[in-house]
Write a protein that binds this ligand. Sequence first.
Ligand SMILES: [Zn+2]
Length: 336
Amino acid sequence: MTDRYSRQTLFEGVGEEGQRRLGNSRVVIIGCGALGTIIATSLVRAGVGQVRIIDRDFIEYHNLQRQVLFDEDDIRDQLPKAIAAERHLKKVNSSVEVEGIVADVNYTNIERFTRDADLIMDGLDNLETRFLINDVSLKHRIPWVYGGAISSSGMTMNIIPGETPCFRCLSSGVPNPEVVLTCDTAGVISPAPWIIGSLQTAEAMKILVGAREINRNLIIIDVWKGTFHRLKLAPSEHCPACEGKYGFLDGRFGIRTTSLCGQNAVQVLSPETKHLSLEELAIRLKPVARVSHSEFMLRFTVDNHEMIVFPDGRAILRDTTDESLARGLYAKYIGT
Ligand SMILES: [Zn+2]
């Protein structure tokens, strides 16, 4: 057991002292898809003391192409990602306290999930929850490592409260959903999230051992083109989050859902969305869903669920009362 970390402690950036610090650290990973599985497996193998993994989804066959922790047995057993990840990782390193939580992270629970964290890792596929992580990070001064990957490219940056610009500094509003491509509409090849997840893990290790060479730039890579860019960022002068206004954490922004009584349907509202081009949405959804639309509404079916979308960004998911499912499908297929 003492030899387990020998190759890592030989590396001077970590050393015995760094290893001890990793062992005393608590990390929360939010989202356990391609990024999350890479981050989780790396941090557990590296000997981070406590790793909490939160995810709301089940595993599907199209996840196996890039989500390294899962296998066909997990699908046969119908395991949620957080549970499958916990089971696999406990076998990898029994000395780490691994906790898988099946939940939709939102403004009502994120402070509870991250209360004792030294670091938050972003393994998400939607922007809304990232703004929420950003709020909780600034409010409680917990650093977080942003990462996002889609198609053949990805981005990552560290947000260290009080030291670096925050995630909201980069985009003071919420981008229009039309411009937000998500994995389910654009496709993704595994090297993109894997390299981003690995860069995130390296930053996590540096932050946890207290290294000085922490990345303060936005890193953008494209594995297909073979490009690697580094953008220097400046804090925004009018960033609400940096001014201590945590709108996402207060539940003032973001996707809202309401169960429509008597209709067996859930309505999804995205208050930041003023206008949605159904034409463009239809083009984006065609590869993954059955879509039909008029100028007044767009109807698409995916995973046996039918969603109706209106030009004001409102959507209705039919034949369910599951609000978290509705919010998840909205974030996945329509955007933030
Ligand atoms: Zn900011």
